[in-house]
Design a protein around this ligand. Structure first.
Ligand SMILES: [Zn+2]
Length: 208
């Protein structure tokens, strides 16, 4: 877990957008009934009551594809008996590494819980979730920052606290609504680039 002081300093970080358009943070109703999923923080897992009962009683598994490395992993990273599994956290973090430099950082387990919960809400478990961007080393983030104004200087990606994700076959708008329903951190909507940024920083939202 992060030390309190670290969390406070991270709270002062900017989000992943330098010029975000204002977005209505209230998730709209959808066919999948996201509003039924009133967010509940349960052991660090922000999830609806019905899902929470399931999620605390069974292993938490991530099914991830990294299009930059063409790697797919399926990993149980938490069990009711053992809690977070260190080796699995390393395995998932390696899959989320900076693919420019092959550097990795152990991910914030709360971010893995967000991804896991999104898989549950979206009922997306037969094919992997695509992670467009995971960890970014400071040098990679600086390079991306020079290329695009949509990249923040102090991005949560540099702290193992953010991912940019997509669920092929599902609307990115639905994924965004599901992420907002978690009320678990930052949610950025990149409609044209077809991905959603999720992080474990302060709750906020923006769109490009
Ligand atoms: Zn991002």
């Amino acid at each position: 877990m992060l030390a309190k002081a670290t969390i406070q300093s991270l709270n002062s970080l900017r989000d992943d957008s330098q010029n975000p358009a204002p977005v209505n943070a209230t998730p709209a109703l959808s066919r999948r009934g996201f509003l039924k999923l009133a967010a509940l923080s349960l052991g660090g897992l922000a999830v609806a009551p019905a899902l929470a009962r399931v999620a605390t009683a069974k292993d938490r598994e991530l099914f991830i594809y990294n299009p930059h490395t063409s790697e797919t992993i399926r990993s149980v990273y938490w069990t009711p008996v053992d809690g977070y599994l260190h080796e699995s956290l390393r395995e998932v973090s390696w899959a989320l590494r900076d693919y420019y430099t092959d550097q990795m950082k152990i991910y914030d387990p709360r971010l893995l819980d967000q991804l896991y919960t999104l898989q549950l809400i979206m009922e997306y478990d037969t094919v992997p979730l695509h992670v467009i961007s995971g960890y970014r080393s400071p040098s990679t983030n600086a390079m991306l920052c020079r290329r695009s104004r949509a990249v923040a200087k102090d991005s949560f990606h540099m702290y193992g606290m953010a991912t940019d994700i997509r669920m092929p076959g599902r609307g990115t708008g639905d994924l965004r609504r599901a992420a907002l329903s978690l009320q678990a951190g930052g949610v950025g909507y990149y409609r044209r680039s077809d991905f959603v940024h999720v992080d474990t920083g302060p709750i906020r939202t923006w769109a490009y």
